[in-house]
Design a protein around this ligand. Structure first.
Ligand code: HPA
Length: 271
């Protein structure tokens, strides 16, 4: 694994033009448009990077974007790997290992999520303050690679209090209301039953989605500083609203893009 990480990083590092890159962004739902706000210097298709998982989904974007955003050098992942697509947890999180090897210290992640907290409305933005890992497989299962991180990494402060404070200040300055909450991550791909949404609320979730948690666990294993934000695409609290569809998730995700991009830019500028 270590060899593969180094191989991938060696390939990508040729595009860094000897500059330092310390900020990584995963452009999940709600941040696709952010790609257009990056002054892109290089677009590297995943398909050309040694050992990167192969994207099997037709029309799915799979590129690393290298460029300037908010005045800083950033590496953005345009397209992520979901567990429900059939990738192993090692594959889902491989790009995070590579980003770390390239010198990335801060990881910014976005996603779409169902609002489990009854006060949340579709279209709300939520700062992720913590998560509940409900995936059936753990990305750190198996022999630990000591060079990467400890066998038993802590997960308190998985979401950096410093970055959360910066996000709050940025939300106030830009007049963008922000929710705070706990993201419950599970495998999907089916949306949840009413009983499951209810259970997620009982166990302490505010939002639910099918990504992010494995990536954050692996990033924290390597001591990267993490920030996550969810677009609440559907409220799951009332029986009339509960019929979740992929189209609805995408529409709401798109609507949130300008707000989400502005916030991420503000936070990165303030770093
Ligand atoms: N459940 C799981 N993932 C999601 C949802 C949901 O209701 N909405 C957006 N992503």
């Amino acid at each position: 694994m270590l060899e593969k990480i180094k191989d991938s990083a060696a390939y990508i590092s040729r595009f860094l033009d000897k500059e330092e890159y310390s900020i990584g962004i995963i452009l999940g739902t709600g941040l696709g448009e952010l790609a257009e706000a990056i002054e892109i210097k290089h677009t590297i298709p995943y398909a050309g990077i040694p050992h990167f998982p192969l994207s099997t989904v037709v029309g799915h974007k799979g590129n690393l974007l290298l460029g300037k955003f908010g005045g800083k050098n950033v590496i953005a992942m345009q397209g992520r790997f979901h567990y429900y697509e059939g990738y192993s947890m090692q594959e889902v999180t491989f790009p995070i290992r590579v980003l770390h090897e390239l010198g990335i210290k801060q990881l910014f992640v976005s996603n779409a999520a169902g609002g489990v907290n009854p006060q949340f409305l579709a279209g709300d933005l939520m700062i992720i303050t913590d998560h509940i890992n409900l995936f059936p497989e753990h990305p750190l299962r198996g022999k630990n690679i000591e060079e990467l991180g400890p066998r038993f990494p802590g997960m308190t402060d998985a979401y950096s209090p410093r970055l959360i404070r910066l996000a709050e200040a940025c939300g106030q300055r830009l007049n963008i209301p922000l929710r705070h909450g706990v993201y419950a991550g599970l495998q999907g791909p089916s949306f949840e039953t009413p009983a499951e949404y209810n259970w997620l609320r009982i166990i302490g979730g505010d939002a639910v989605g099918m990504s992010t948690v494995p990536e954050i666990i692996v990033a924290r294993h390597m001591n990267m500083e993490c920030f996550g934000m969810s677009v609440i695409t559907n409220s799951t609290a009332s029986p009339e609203l509960i019929k979740t569809s992929h189209t609805e998730v995408q529409d709401m995700g798109n609507k949130a893009q300008p707000r989400m991009s502005a916030l991420f830019k503000g936070i990165i500028e303030a770093l």
